[in-house]
Design a protein around this ligand. Structure first.
Ligand code: TMP
Length: 221
């Protein structure tokens, strides 16, 4: 793996500055672990990395995150939910993402618009076109160059979650099956912007395939 890591770092150093990459997947996919690993390797390669997470990532966004994930807000309707995710995103794009891209940094996002298309759209029942229209307003049309989707079956994913589920995690199996299917649909319909990684295996195996896949995509850029 060592020679491969060195080769990966060279590709990363050349290709990642100014790129915008989102890590996506169902709850329990292990994406955040892979996210941290990828960010660390990019830094080792000499790339300046701007890490953001959604919902949140800014002081205003973190307050919105609290409202969204609070289990006391069970009555929140899907349109309110969608708009709050987008409000958090609008602030993040303006305050953090655009300035970082303008400075030639790599922006790594733990979730972005794809999460809304899948959680509030495919699983929550809102139309993809409606969500895309609001996303265009919230982001000013900014899209990740690449969405890396960590695909995992619902059984394996739920076994990885802590027993203290937040409001979204507590939505039940049928909802999370639709989340997974929603991601798979996006990967099929936008192969230029989405890539899927089998995340049901152990973290080391997932990391190897994540790195290989991403290096392939970065060098094609
Ligand atoms: P996290 O657990 O990855 O931090 O994400 C928080 C939860 O919010 C997770 O269950 C996915 C959900 N979510 C949406 O439903 N819509 C969105 O647009 C985003 C960004 C997250």
């Amino acid at each position: 793996m060592d020679a491969r890591i060195e080769q990966a770092k060279q590709v990363m150093a050349a290709g990642l500055p100014g790129m915008f990459i989102a890590f996506e997947g169902p709850d329990g996919s292990g994406k955040s672990t892979q996210f941290r690993r990828f960010a660390a390797l990019a830094r080792e390669a000499g790339v300046t990395v701007c890490e953001v997470r959604e919902p949140g990532g800014t002081p205003i966004g973190e307050q919105i995150r609290h409202v969204l994930l609070d289990r006391q807000n069970e009555v929140m309707c899907v349109r309110c939910e969608m708009l709050l995710y987008m409000a958090s995103r609008a602030q993040l794009v303006e305050q953090t993402i655009r300035p970082a891209l303008a400075a030639g940094q790599l922006v790594l996002a733990d979730r972005f618009v794809a999460s809304t298309l899948v959680y509030q759209g495919a699983a929550g029942g809102m139309g993809q076109d409606e969500i895309a229209a609001v996303a265009a307003v919230a982001t000013g049309g900014l899209e990740p160059d690449l969405n890396v989707v960590f695909d995992v079956d619902t059984e394996t994913a739920s076994g990885r979650l802590s027993p203290l589920l937040d409001r979204m995690e507590a939505k039940g199996r049928a909802f999370h099956e639709k989340v997974r299917a929603g991601y798979q649909g996006l990967v099929r319909s936008r192969p230029d912007r989405y890539v899927s990684i089998d995340a049901s295996r152990d973290p080391e195996e997932v990391w190897k395939s994540c790195l290989e896949t991403m290096v392939g995509r970065i060098s094609r850029k």
